[in-house]
Ligand binder design. Structure first.
Ligand code: SF4
Ligand code: SF4
Length: 327
């Protein structure tokens, strides 16, 4: 159905707006509609797509190595305590009668080894920083690739890149890569968006939802990705619904669906079941199904023309803003 690899990222600047509910339902609909596809859970700090899709075991689990951590050579250390004073992360602890470096906190910044007067600090390289997990075929008929960061390791965009590379190798040259990105605009999200063609942005009509929508939209503009918008719980706040709809019109973002507030959504999440399968008659489920069908039936078959119509004309520079406390 797709004559090359097309990557669609489901993203939201804010957590808890229904992104994973929509992503998992869209994956099921795309597979049922015959797409060659692979789903990617790129929320490596809190992966949950496998839970919703009923995956309780993996076919492959590959360790992922990245970075370094420091450790102290006991025979060289004179217990001066400088490393504890200098470590910006509080990773050095005094345990018993000696200083040790907490491997869950250390990020290998080398400050301590520069300051240590005895040259008593060394590094372990290629620390296990996470896992890349593969289910060749979920009960819904498509593969799932999921990344998970080891507790205490830095938030990793590189892990997400490797997770996507694994998905590409499973998919082959043609088909759909459907990525459920982490919430926010951090390095995992940037890696999720890198190389993507389309972005399904999910928001809700609240001040925080609107603010975070603008931030994630700026990122998609930076990467020249064609966006589309879903407004979840659209009926909870009419004033901000208007604000978001005006923003979408001004910014040339097509609104492809509005989902009503529905208690069946959190219930399906609590039961770890896809909304469209667990409660197909609920209002939110019908809306999610309609949105998914619109994507699989209208947008993906003509994704090039959709992209040409909605892709930003030029990349927006993305410059982080640093807010300093007043002196
Ligand atoms: S700075 Fe060096 S010598 Fe001092 S406590 Fe730390 S490791 Fe030991
Ligand atoms: S390498 Fe950096 S984070 Fe790790 S213990 Fe040394 S100063 Fe702290």
């Amino acid at each position: 159905m797709l004559d090359e690899r097309v990557e669609l990222v489901v993203a939201s600047g804010k957590g808890g707006v229904g992104k994973s509910t929509i992503a998992s339902s869209l994956a099921i609909v795309a597979a049922e509609d015959g797409y060659n596809m692979v789903a990617v859970d790129a929320d490596a700090e809190a992966p949950n797509m496998h839970l919703v899709l009923g995956v309780d075991s993996w076919d492959h689990v590959d360790p992922y190595y990245e970075g370094r951590t420091a450790y102290i050579l006991g025979d060289k250390c004179t217990n001066c305590g400088v490393c504890m004073e200098e470590c910006p992360l509080g990773a050095v602890e005094y345990v018993g009668d000696r200083y040790v470096i907490n491997q869950y906190i250390c990020e290998g910044c080398i400050t301590c080894s520069i300051k240590c007067p005895e040259n008593a600090i060394r590094y372990k390289f290629k620390v296990k920083a996470g896992e890349i997990r593969v289910k060749k075929k979920t009960q819904h008929g498509f593969p799932l690739v999921s990344g998970e960061i080891t507790p205490g390791r830095p938030n990793s965009g590189k892990l997400v890149t490797e997770v996507k590379n694994k998905a590409y190798s499973i998919l082959g040259p043609k088909g759909l890569v459907l990525v459920d990105a982490a919430a926010g605009i951090g390095c995992q999200v940037i890696s999720s968006l890198t190389g993507a063609h389309l972005a399904l942005l999910v928001t809700e009509p609240t001040p925080a939802g609107f603010s975070d929508l603008q931030r994630i939209h700026r990122l998609t503009k930076h990467f020249l990705i064609a966006p589309m918008l879903v407004i979840n719980k659209y009926d909870i706040n009419p004033r901000f619904l208007d604000t978001i709809e005006e923003y979408a019109e001004r910014e040339n973002i097509p609104i492809i669906g509005r989902i009503p507030y529905d208690p069946m959504v959190p219930r399906s999440m609590a039961e770890a079941r896809p909304l469209i399968k667990a409660y197909p008659e609920s209002p939110a489920s019908k809306a999610v199904l309609e949105i998914s069908k619109r994507i699989t039936g209208e947008i993906l078959p003509s994704w090039r023309s959709f992209r040409a119509k909605y892709k930003p004309r030029k990349p927006e520079p993305y410059i982080p803003v640093i807010v300093k406390p007043e002196a």
